[in-house]
Design a protein around this ligand. Structure first.
Ligand SMILES: [Zn+2]
Length: 303
C-alpha cells in the first residue's frame, strides 16, 4: 500500500528534524567560537560584540541620561533562575504596576522593555568579562537584555537593526564582602548553589527590583556603541551600554559561577566570546554632570 501524501509528509519531517533539533538545543560551545559562523553566518559578519573599550579612544558626548522606567519597583512575581548550559539566566517578571521595567533615553530612539538577565564569567585561572575596559578584562559581566517595544518578541526583534539594547555591568573580585549590595544581587548569587546541573532551576523566595541588581552603580556614566548578540545567532542588532563604573563581587560569591556544569556535565566556565574587531565603529561615552562643590566654586572664583 502506498500513500503519496503520507510519504511526502514523512519525508518533510525527516528532512526538518535536524534543523528543529539544532534550533531547540541552540548548539554552540565556547571551545571553538570561530566555528560559530559555519552554522550562524552572522557570527562572521560585521558589527560584532564584544569589543575592547578604551576611555582614550571614545567620543565624549553630552547625551541625555538613560531613563530606567520601573527599575526600582518590585516585581509582581518570584524570579526563577535557570542553568541553560551556556549561562544562568532569568526571565524578568512584570512589576507591581503590571508591566515590565524598561529603558529609554541616551542614544535610544524608542522604548525597550526588559526581557532577561544573564551572566558571563571565567574560571579559577582566568577572568571572564566579555568587554574589555581600558585594557582590563574583569571577573564577571552581567547582561540585562531589552527588546524594542515595536517588536512583539525577542525573536522578532533580532531581525531589525534597532531591535535590542543590552545594559552590561562589569564586576571585579574583592577580598572583603561588599556591604552595600542590594537584595537582588544577593539573591541571584545565593541561588547559584541550587543551579549546579544543566537545566536545573531555582525560584528565589524574596521579591526584588531590577534596579537592585545594579547595586550602588552610577547609572549616569556609560559607553554606548552598535554591536551584536555575543552568542549565536550573533544578530548585529544591539545598542550596547557598558557602564563605566565596575561593581565589586566578593571572593565567596564569584567561585559559585565556576562550579556550575554544562549539558555534558563539564564545568561551565569561560563562557565569554573572544574580542571582535571594532572596525570603523564609533564608541560614545556619557559622563554624568557632577555639580561643583561650594569650595570648588570658590577656588574657581579666586583663580
Ligand atoms: Zn550575554
Amino acid at each position: 500500500m502506498h500513500f503519496p501524501a503520507f510519504d511526502d509528509f514523512y519525508q518533510r519531517i525527516v528532512f526538518l528534524l535536524p534543523f528543529v533539533a539544532n534550533f531547540r538545543s541552540n548548539e554552540f560551545d565556547y571551545k571553538a567560537p570561530e566555528r560559530w559562523q559555519d552554522k550562524y553566518p552572522q557570527c562572521g559578519g560585521s558589527d560584532q560584540s564584544p569589543i575592547a573599550i578604551s576611555r582614550r579612544k571614545v567620543i565624549s558626548l553630552n547625551l541625555p541620561p538613560l531613563v530606567f522606567g520601573l527599575y526600582d519597583e518590585l516585581f509582581d512575581d518570584l524570579v526563577t533562575m535557570t542553568n541553560n548550559g551556556h549561562t544562568v539566566e532569568f526571565k524578568v517578571p512584570s512589576t507591581i504596576y503590571g508591566v515590565r521595567p524598561y529603558v529609554t533615553g541616551g542614544l535610544l530612539q524608542d522604548c525597550y522593555d526588559v526581557e532577561a538577565v544573564h551572566f558571563h564569567w571565567g574560571s579559577p585561572q582566568s577572568k571572564g568579562s566579555e568587554h574589555i575596559l581600558n585594557g582590563r578584562r574583569y571577573d564577571l559581566e552581567m547582561h540585562i537584555v531589552h527588546r524594542n517595544t515595536k517588536y512583539l518578541t525577542l525573536d522578532e526583534a533580532q531581525n531589525y537593526s534597532d531591535g535590542i539594547t543590552v545594559l552590561a555591568v562589569l564586576f571585579k573580585i574583592v577580598r572583603t564582602s561588599p556591604t552595600f549590595y542590594q537584595p537582588g544581587l544577593n539573591e541571584v548569587f545565593s541561588s547559584l548553589l541550587h543551579l549546579g546541573n544543566f537545566n536545573s532551576s531555582y525560584t528565589v523566595q524574596e521579591r526584588f527590583t531590577l534596579g537592585s541588581l545594579l547595586g550602588n552603580l552610577d547609572r549616569g556614566n556609560f559607553f554606548t556603541y552598535k554591536g551584536s548578540l555575543t552568542t549565536p545567532p550573533c544578530s548585529p542588532v544591539v545598542q550596547w551600554h557598558v557602564f563605566g563604573e565596575v561593581l565589586p563581587i566578593s571572593h565567596q560569591e564569584l567561585p559559585k559561577f565556576w562550579q556550575l556544569r554544562d549539558a555534558r556535565g563539564l564545568p561551565l566556565q569561560k563562557n565569554f566570546r573572544p574580542l571582535q574587531s571594532q572596525e570603523n565603529r564609533l564608541i560614545f561615552y556619557r559622563q554624568a554632570f557632577v555639580p561643583l562643590q561650594q569650595e570648588q566654586l570658590q577656588e574657581l572664583i579666586w583663580l
